[in-house]
Design a protein around this ligand. Structure first.
Ligand code: HMN
Length: 292
């Protein structure tokens, strides 16, 4: 199996006003990620891809198009988790046939499910293909919390190679690292990349790497080499960017940054609102000040 460690952009997807995927724009976003952001891989159809606003045909369109454009240039992880378990299985098979390097699935959300139900959900998806699985843990959006012992049960399956951990619980992360030295961890909060790297994660997956990839690669490298003060200098810069992006609207503003750089990153899919054009000068200043 490929070495899946490293920094991944949670791929942004350009949409038109009708909520359709802008393929030419998506091609440009992908090329920017590979050639300018210098990421190691792409996490496709995650939160940042507005996945939970899409229908099955659109999810498949994106998986197929991304693989066609990327080929084998960078690693590809397919997020297939869905409240419709049949859809999750269908997408898992589809992405595996396309040649995705691993699957990932968000914990099922909205309905308060028991841990046994969550286990069954994962087992169903995992058993459908021979591909590996990365658990996608993001409790602040899903409301689903998993204890260390429960993680242990899910990780018993050898096909579960690790977790994408989007939580700020550094105690649990440390316990996880110690207890499962052979499993992989990708950190999900870009604003805490230094802390995650020091705690021993193997990589990171995030939305802001679409626009701030090289600086983030450097943060990760420095922190891993124990050059914490230097890593923090860059994390401060990254967090200035992230703070502004969160203030102006996360995915809208990341797309706007790409647009300032000449990339047709489209708009967000409704009900997400579009970028407020009155704020364009603030984005232009951000791009200039932080050399994005
Ligand atoms: C994904 O699934 O698209 C991302 O990997 C999720 C990732 O953890 C991002 N979280 C969300 O967008 C909710 C972060 O990159 C996040 O955008 C960033 O840390 C800014 O808060």
């Amino acid at each position: 199996m490929k070495d899946l460690k490293g920094l991944y952009s949670a791929l942004l997807i350009p949409f038109d006003e009708n909520g359709e995927v802008k393929e030419e724009g998506l091609r440009q976003v992908i090329e920017h990620n590979i050639n300018v952001s210098k990421i190691d891989g792409l996490y496709v159809n995650g939160s940042s891809g507005e996945n939970f606003l899409l229908n099955t045909a659109q999810k498949k369109q994106i998986f197929k198009f991304v693989k066609e454009v990327v080929g084998d240039r960078v690693k590809l992880i397919a997020q297939v988790g869905s409240l419709d378990l049949n859809e999750a299985v269908e997408l898992a098979k589809y992405a595996t046939e396309l040649g995705y390097d691993s699957l990932s699935a968000v914990t099922p959300f909205y309905y308060p499910l028991s841990f046994n139900e969550i286990k069954h959900y994962y087992k169903t998806i995992i058993d459908a293909t021979d591909n590996s699985m990365i658990l996608y843990y993001i409790p602040f959006l899903t409301g689903v919390k998993i204890s260390l012992d429960q993680f242990a049960e899910l990780l018993e399956d050898e096909k579960v190679i690790g977790v994408k951990y989007t939580a700020a619980d550094f105690y649990q992360l440390e316990r996880f690292r110690k207890r499962f030295p052979n499993k992989l961890i990708w950190s999900g909060f870009d604003e805490m990349l230094v802390q995650a790297a020091i705690t021993g994660v193997d990589g990171a997956i995030g939305s802001t790497y679409n626009v701030n990839g090289q600086r983030s690669q450097e943060i990760f490298r420095l922190a891993k080499e124990g050059k914490v003060a230097e890593a923090y200098e860059l994390q401060h810069e990254a967090n200035d960017v992230i703070e502004k992006v969160l203030e102006l609207g996360l995915y809208q503003t990341l797309k706007e940054i790409l647009k300032v750089k000449g990339i047709d990153a489209g708009t967000c899919k409704k009900p997400m609102k579009s970028f407020d054009p009155a704020k364009l000068a603030e984005v232009e200043k951000l791009v200039k000040d932080y050399n994005l």
